[in-house]
Design a protein around this ligand. Structure first.
Ligand SMILES: Cc1ncc(COP(=O)(O)O)c(C=O)c1O
Length: 413
């Protein structure tokens, strides 16, 4: 959509030709260039439109815009040029027809949930997704929307959990914090057979490393707060999928519910995308080196990282991801839970470089103890079942030197 004045006729045809050329650009080029429509001022860099509303040429123009008969922005709750820049750039990278930005990753997941379900419906969700996603689905029980949790890597369990009222399969791959990998092609064929939407949280890989829509997913959600920004500056989210789903199903939820991304945050995120592939390549290279170093440490029982040959789904990860991503988890040795927890906490407390924070997706490496933070509200039996032990630590490997990161982890071992 363009609402720049004077863009009728020939200018629009030129714009369409440019769009065709842009569609042929490589991923790296689109990350830097896609979605940018220069304004009448001819600025080289993307501007920020910090305005809550937009003016109309006349009463008739206002009426036509409100009726959807004329293009043009009306109000930033449901449309803003800077937010549109981010949406178009990300859509281009994920290979999606459309993208809608949201105020956070959780707002994106909630909007999809509200858009696809009504009272009496059912969801099938992978065990071990982000803790707050579990809490959100639990909250929707009060609206009579039930969720069955299944082991992420077992397609038959997904198939068995589907009921006649199931509307959505929800998966995060690789998962947080276990880095389990879901077979997206297998899940998409199950979803297709049963006429259910497959929704994938692509936060850990980003489109630089994995494109779920190409593997058969219907909808992708993002916590843009993480690697899309990449420097821990803003909170944001996004939903990607078909134009029909966005226009007919999701748009009313966003327009009336109002989980809007601010124009400033959209600008930060759009600029973040410009460096996405360079950052993700380096994150993954660093993470693999740290994972290999951890595997050689006597204090470490096991390392979970999809690009390690020891990862149970290494072959699957290589078939659907371009690299292993930045996040790894490892378990510290100990005779019982109490000792494992004490040793894990000692490693955290000895860190001088790694930041003790549950966030990830930053240039700065972070470390967290999932059992007492992100997954602390999960009942202990479920934590045990899903493999999130007391001795487990999650590291989101940043862009510092591998030597310094390993040296910091070694301090508490
Ligand atoms: C995999 C995953 N999905 C979703 C979210 C939620 O994103 P946000 O914090 O932007 O709401 C997170 C946050 O940590 C996450 O790790």
């Amino acid at each position: 959509m363009s609402d720049r004045p004077g863009e009728e006729g020939d200018d629009r045809r030129e714009g369409a030709a440019e769009d065709d050329a842009a569609a042929r650009w490589s991923f790296e080029t689109r990350a830097v260039r896609a979605g940018f429509e220069r304004s009448a001022y001819g600025e080289h860099d993307e501007p920020i439109f910090l305005t809550s509303s937009f003016v109309h040429d006349s009463a008739a123009h206002a009426a036509a815009k409100f009726a959807g008969e004329a293009d043009g922005y009306i109000y930033s709750r449901f449309g803003n040029p800077t937010v549109r820049l981010f949406e178009q750039r990300l859509a281009s990278l994920e290979g999606a027809e459309e993208c809608r930005a949201t105020a956070s990753g959780m707002a994106a997941i909630q909007a999809v949930l509200v858009s696809l379900t009504q009272a009496g419906d059912h969801i099938v969700c992978a065990q071990g997704v982000f803790g707050t996603t579990l809490q959100l689905f639990a909250l929707f029980r009060r609206y009579d929307i039930a969720t069955t949790f299944v082991p992420l890597a077992d397609p038959q369990a997904w198939r068995d959990a589907i009921r006649p009222n199931t509307r959505m399969l929800f998966v995060e791959t690789p998962s947080n914090p276990l880095t389990e990998v879901a077979d997206l092609r297998a899940l998409s064929s199950i979803a297709r057979e049963r006429g259910i939407a497959l929704v994938v949280d692509n936060c850990f890989c980003t489109p630089a490393l994995q494109r779920p829509l190409e593997l058969g997913a219907d909808i992708v959600v993002h916590s843009a707060t993480k690697y899309l920004d990449g420097q821990g500056r803003v909170i944001g989210g996004a939903v990607l999928g078909s134009k029909r789903y966005m226009d007919e199903t999701l748009q009313p939820v966003l327009r009336y519910g109002g989980p809007t991304l601010s124009a400033f945050n959209a600008w930060v995120l759009a600029k973040g995308l410009e460096t996405l592939s360079v950052r993700m390549e380096r994150h993954a290279r660093n993470a693999l080196a740290v994972a290999r170093w951890l595997e050689a440490q006597p204090a470490v029982e096991r390392v979970r990282y999809p690009w390690l040959e020891s990862h149970p789904q290494h072959a699957l990860a290589r078939a659907q991801q371009r690299a292993g991503g930045a996040v790894l988890a490892f378990e510290v040795r100990g005779v019982d839970d109490a000792e494992r927890k004490a040793r894990a906490w000692r490693i955290v407390d000895a860190c001088r470089l790694l930041s003790i924070t549950a966030n990830l997706g930053d240039a700065k490496s972070t470390i967290t103890h999932p059992a007492s933070t992100t997954h602390g509200r999960m009942p202990i039996e479920t934590r045990r079942e899903t493999g999130i032990g007391e001795g487990m630590l999650r590291v989101a490997v940043g862009l510092e030197s591998v030597e310094d990161i390993c040296g910091d982890l070694a301090r508490g071992m």
